[in-house]
Design a protein around this ligand. Structure first.
Ligand code: BTN
Length: 251
C-alpha cells in the first residue's frame, strides 16, 4: 500500500478486494477525516448494487471509495445522498463529453444510453441518524470493450481520448465536496430540481417491466419519492410507486 498524498487524504492501493470493504473496515478502527479516499488500480472483488459484482480492467478505469461524514443527517433523508453523489459525477462527466449525460434512477450515470458510472453507498446508522457513508464509485474511463456487458460504455469509447485517472479522481472528489455543501446547507429543493432535470426518461413515455407481475407496460416517470422510490404514471393516469427490484427499464 502506498499513501501518496496525505494532503488530499488519498490512500492508493495496487490491488484490493473492494475499496468499499477496505474503507468500511478502516473507518471502524480509525478516526478518519471527511472525504478520505481509497483508490485501487485493481479490485479483485468489486461490488455493485443489489449484490452484483463490478468488474473493471486493471488500471483502465476509476474504482474508488470516499468517506462522507455528517454532523446530523436523518436516515429518512438517505436518498439525498444518492442524489448529491449522482449530481457530483454528472457534473464532471458532463463537463468532459459533448454527448448527453443522464442519471438513471436511482444513481447510474449514462452516456449514449449506456452505463459509464455506478455508485454503491453504504451508510453507518446510529439512532436513526446516518453517521457516515462509504460511497463507492466506478467510472469506466479507458477500457475499450466490455465482454458480456452490452449496456456498459467508457469515456474513451465515446471520445477516443485517453483519460488521466488521478486527474479525474481529483475532479470527482472536488465535485463531491461542492455538492455535499448543498446537503450541509439543507438545500434539498435545489438538489431535487437538478436531479429531476438530469433524470433519464423523466416525463418521457417509455416501456418498463413490472418485475413483480412480470409484464411490460407503458409508463412515464413523474418523480421520485423522498424515500427514493420511483413514481411512474400509468396509461390510466394512476401513479405507481416502485422499489429498486420492482421495475426494469426496457431500452
Ligand atoms: C453499481 O452500479 O452496481 C455500483 C457499482 C459501484 C462500483 C464501485 S468500484 C469502487 C467501489 N468498490 C466496490 O466494491 N464497489 C464500488
Amino acid at each position: 500500500m502506498i499513501i501518496f498524498n496525505i494532503i488530499m487524504k488519498i490512500i492508493k492501493l495496487n490491488a484490493i478486494e473492494s475499496t468499499n470493504t477496505f474503507l468500511k473496515d478502516l473507518c471502524q478502527r480509525n478516526e478518519l477525516e471527511n472525504f478520505t479516499v481509497v483508490y485501487a488500480e485493481n479490485q479483485l472483488k468489486g461490488r455493485g448494487q443489489m449484490n452484483s459484482k463490478w468488474d473493471s480492467e486493471v488500471g483502465k478505469n476509476l474504482t474508488f471509495s470516499v468517506l462522507i461524514k455528517y454532523s446530523s443527517f436523518a436516515v429518512s433523508n438517505q436518498f439525498y445522498i444518492s442524489k448529491f453523489i449522482s449530481l457530483a459525477i454528472y457534473d464532471v462527466i458532463n463537463s468532459i463529453v459533448e454527448v448527453p449525460v443522464a442519471i438513471k434512477w436511482p444513481n447510474d450515470i449514462l452516456t449514449e444510453r449506456k452505463k459509464v458510472g455506478g455508485i454503491l453507498i453504504e451508510n453507518s446508522v446510529k439512532r436513526s441518524e446516518i453517521q457516515y457513508s462509504v460511497v463507492g464509485i466506478g467510472i469506466n474511463l479507458n477500457q475499450e470493450s466490455f465482454d458480456n456487458l452490452p449496456n456498459a460504455i467508457s469515456l474513451k469509447m465515446i471520445t477516443g481520448q485517453v483519460y488521466d485517472l488521478e486527474l479525474l479522481l481529483k475532479k470527482i472528489v472536488e465535485s463531491v465536496k461542492l455538492n455535499y455543501e448543498l446537503i450541509v446547507d439543507a438545500k434539498f429543493d435545489s438538489i431535487n430540481k437538478r436531479y429531476l432535470k438530469y433524470l433519464y426518461k423523466y416525463l418521457k413515455p417509455s416501456m418498463y417491466k413490472d418485475v413483480v407481475k412480470g409484464n411490460l407496460f407503458l409508463g412515464k416517470i413523474v418523480g421520485v419519492s423522498d424515500d427514493g422510490r420511483l413514481n411512474v404514471e400509468l396509461e390510466d393516469e394512476k401513479i405507481k410507486v416502485f422499489n429498486l427490484k420492482e421495475i426494469e427499464f426496457i431500452n
